[in-house]
Ligand binder design. Structure first.
Ligand SMILES: C[S@@+](CC[C@H](N)C(=O)[O-])C[C@H]1O[C@@H](n2cnc3c(N)ncnc32)[C@H](O)[C@@H]1O
Length: 326
C-alpha cells in the first residue's frame, strides 16, 4: 500500500518534472510552487527525484507543527527552522588539514545527506540515506512511542533515526560488526562527554595499548579500563565502544591511505567522533530531544515473541527466525 503510494507520488513528481529530472533545475524554473505552497524551504543538496517526491508527500501528510518537529527534507517552514536543520548543521565536522580535498568535500556535502547526527561515525557505504528513512517513518505514520523493526539494520540507520524521533526500534543483523557499529551509533546519541577531552589527550597511550594487546574484544576492553579512569557518572562501556570503533575505523584508513601513520589516522578520527558526540548532545539539549535508551542483548534468544516483550528501547538481536504468529 505504502509502496504503491510512493510510486504514485514519484510518478507524479516525474510528470511534473517532465524530461528535466534534476530537482535543483526544476526548482530554479519555478516548478517548486507546483509542489509546495509558500513557506516551505527544502534542504540543500537535494538531488534526487524520489527525494522531491518524499518531501512533497511529507508536506501533504504532516501538519506544519509536525513538519517543524520531524520533517526530513525541509529546513524551514513559515520562516522557522526545522529540527532537521539544527540536527544537520552546527559546527562542521572536524577533518584534519592534511586530508585530501575530496575527503573534506565528502564530509561537508554529507552534512545534509548521510553524515548528520551519528550516522557519519564509521562511514558505511551500504547504508540507507538517513533522511529517506525519516521521511518514510513520517509517511507511514509511525508515531512517538510506537515500535519499528529493521531485520537487516546494517549500520543502524533505522534505530538511530527512530531513537531521535522517540520511536522504539528492534534492529537485527547477522553481522556482529554491524550490531556493534549500530550499537555505538545509537549509544553515541546519549554519551556523557566529560571524559572525552582527557581521552583525546591520551590518544597515543590508548592506541599503543589497543595495538599491543591481544585482539580479543574483551581483552582490549580490560586494558582500556585499566589505563583510563572514569567517574561513576560515565557509562564506560559506551566510551570504550566509541573509542574502539574509532580504532577499527583508523585501521581501514591506514590501509587505504599510506600518507599518514595509523596513529595519526586514529587521532583525527577520534577527534571527529568526539566532535559528533558533543555536537549531537548540544542539538538535543537545544531542541529538548530525549533519544531513547538502547538495550543490547548479549545472549542469543531462541526466538523473539514480540507480544510478550514490553519494548522500552531499541533491541539488538542476533539473527533469528521470527515465529509465524507475529
Ligand atoms: C545493505 S545492508 C543494510 C544497511 C542498512 N539499511 C543501513 O542503513 O545501514 C544489509 C545488511 O543485511 C545483513 N543481512 C544479510 N542477510 C541477513 C540475514 N539473513 N539476517 C540478518 N541480517 C542479514 C547484512 O549483514 C547487512 O548488514
Amino acid at each position: 500500500m505504502l509502496y504503491s503510494k510512493i510510486l504514485f507520488w514519484t510518478s507524479l513528481a516525474h510528470n511534473i518534472l517532465g524530461p528535466n529530472k534534476n530537482p535543483a533545475d526544476v526548482i530554479q524554473q519555478g516548478m517548486f510552487f507546483n509542489l509546495f505552497t509558500e513557506g516551505f524551504e527544502l534542504s540543500p543538496n537535494l538531488s534526487e527525484v524520489y527525494e522531491l517526491a518524499l518531501a512533497y508527500y511529507e508536506s501533504r501528510i504532516l501538519t506544519k507543527k509536525e513538519l517543524l518537529k520531524s520533517s526530513a527534507y525541509f529546513v524551514k517552514v513559515d520562516g522557522v527552522f526545522t529540527n532537521h536543520f539544527y540536527i544537520c548543521t552546527g559546527d562542521p565536522v572536524k577533518i584534519p588539514e592534511y586530508s585530501s580535498s575530496r575527503l573534506k568535500l565528502f564530509f561537508i556535502n554529507n552534512q545534509f545527506r548521510t553524515g548528520y547526527s551519528t550516522h557519519g561515525l564509521f562511514p558505511y557505504r551500504g547504508k540507507f540515506h538517513p533522511q529517506m528513512i525519516k521521511a518514510l517513518i513520517n509517511i507511514m505514520g509511525i508515531k512517538h512511542g510506537e515500535t519499528i523493526l529493521d531485520p537487516m539494520m546494517g549500520s543502524g540507520t533505522v534505530p538511530v533515526e527512530a531513537s531521535l524521533m522517540g520511536i522504539n526500534s528492534i534492529g537485527i543483523d547477522s553481522s556482529p560488526f554491524c550490531r556493534f557499529m549500530a550499537q555505538v551509533k545509537c549509544d553515541s546519541l546519549n554519551i556523557n562527554p566529560i571524559c572525552l577531552n582527557d581521552l583525546l589527550k591520551r590518544y597515543e597511550k590508548n592506541f599503543l595499548a589497543f595495538n599491543s594487546c591481544s585482539k580479543k574484544f574483551n581483552d582490549q576492553k580490560d586494558v582500556f579500563f585499566k589505563n583510563n579512569f572514569f567517574p561513576e557518572s560515565v557509562d564506560k562501556e559506551k566510551i570504550f565502544n566509541l573509542v574502539f570503533l574509532a580504532f577499527l575505523d583508523s585501521e581501514g584508513y591506514a590501509q587505504r591511505s599510506k600518507q599518514k601513520s595509523h596513529l595519526e589516522h586514529f587521532k583525527s578520527i577520534l577527534e571527529r567522533y568526539f566532535t559528533v558526540v558533543n555536537k549531537i548532545l548540544a542539538v538535543e539539549n537545544h531542541l529538548k530531544l530525549e533519544p531513547l535508551i538502547q538495550i543490547s542483548y548479549k545472549v542469543m534468544p531462541e526466538r523473539l515473541i514480540l507480544k510478550t516483550i514490553v519494548l522500552m528501547g531499541s533491541f539488538f538481536l542476533h539473527p533469528i527466525v521470527l515465529p509465524s504468529t507475529i
